[in-house]
Write a protein that binds this ligand. Sequence first.
Ligand SMILES: NC(=O)c1ccc[n+]([C@@H]2O[C@H](COP(=O)([O-])OP(=O)(O)OC[C@H]3O[C@@H](n4cnc5c(N)ncnc54)[C@H](O)[C@@H]3O)[C@@H](O)[C@H]2O)c1
Length: 325
Amino acid sequence: MINCSVAGYGRMGTLHVNEIERHANALLNSVYDPLIKNDRNLPFAHSFEDACQSKDLDLMVIASNDDQHFTQLIKSIELGHHVFVEKPMCRSLDELDQIFSALKRKKISLVCNYLLRTAPLYVWLKEQIYQGRFGEIYALDGEYLYGRLDKIRNSWRGEISDYSVMQGGGIHIVDIMLFLLNECPSYVSSASNKIVTNQDKFHFSDFHSARYEFDSGIVANVSANFGCVHPHQHTLKIYGSKGTFILDDQGPRFIGFTNPEQKAEFLSFKQKPDSKSLLLHQQINDLSQGMPSPTSISDLNTMASVLYADESLKQNKRMKIEHYN
Ligand SMILES: NC(=O)c1ccc[n+]([C@@H]2O[C@H](COP(=O)([O-])OP(=O)(O)OC[C@H]3O[C@@H](n4cnc5c(N)ncnc54)[C@H](O)[C@@H]3O)[C@@H](O)[C@H]2O)c1
């Protein structure tokens, strides 16, 4: 049995608690949330320290506010617990370096909940790219269209002084970019604005556009568009020498021709994963079979790619991205 604790019992934490309770090989050791009433008779801990000190603990699940992730993650790694953490796993390049160093000292499994990777559409796309259906890929464009501004205005997200829309949403598109292209970008240049929410109390940009350049020559544009008047949607375009993929509100489709008379091939694969806790489910499976999934370096590199985009805004210059190997 894998003993699990959950930090943060909000929207995501509740889903993860439910997953642990459902999983045949998992036990819920404790739940810690400083603000939530224990209305389900769960084993609530008095502090995060209490939740992670238990000798029997195998896996710490972190679903607290973004600004708590790093401290809780480092503490869990140092105590030798495996970790499942919500994105973003941390909020600065220095923190990411500290996580990398801690992982060298402790051989634990760290999984970040980049859940789009598990959606059937992206699994299919990766396979098609691998099989050469796109030929040589030369460009990728992706947009994270948030469409839920009230969630920012009325939650902790609006209260964190330096909340980043790239860390909060664009990160999913960046992760899909790395997952599909199987390559880390080498440079990033960003621009941002705060026009839509200029009257709001929070101070961060609500639109961030990042241009990534890859050693292979691929150029990708990723934007985190939090002020858009549009229902929540991920858009993605992949351009290759043999074909083009488009995902928008019309649905995913492949176009392998230039003849304007021909019709695009619409695809029926689901754009969302079956469960937001699927990667947690897989991590518990792996741990219970004694094969802890080694920490995926690509999880760290997704985070690095996002943090360098934020750094490009701060320094107002094109940044070289240092990757982890
Ligand atoms: N992977 C995804 O697709 C995805 C989707 C949504 C949210 N998230 C991430 O999940 C995290 C939680 O988001 P949410 O939508 O559930 O937010 P939420 O506001 O519903 O839940 C956050 C909970 O954390 C609690 N909390 C605050 N400080 C804490 C602390 N020190 N220790 C433990 N708990 C603490 C809050 O009381 C709250 O109940 C965020 O980091 C968010 O970015 C990921």
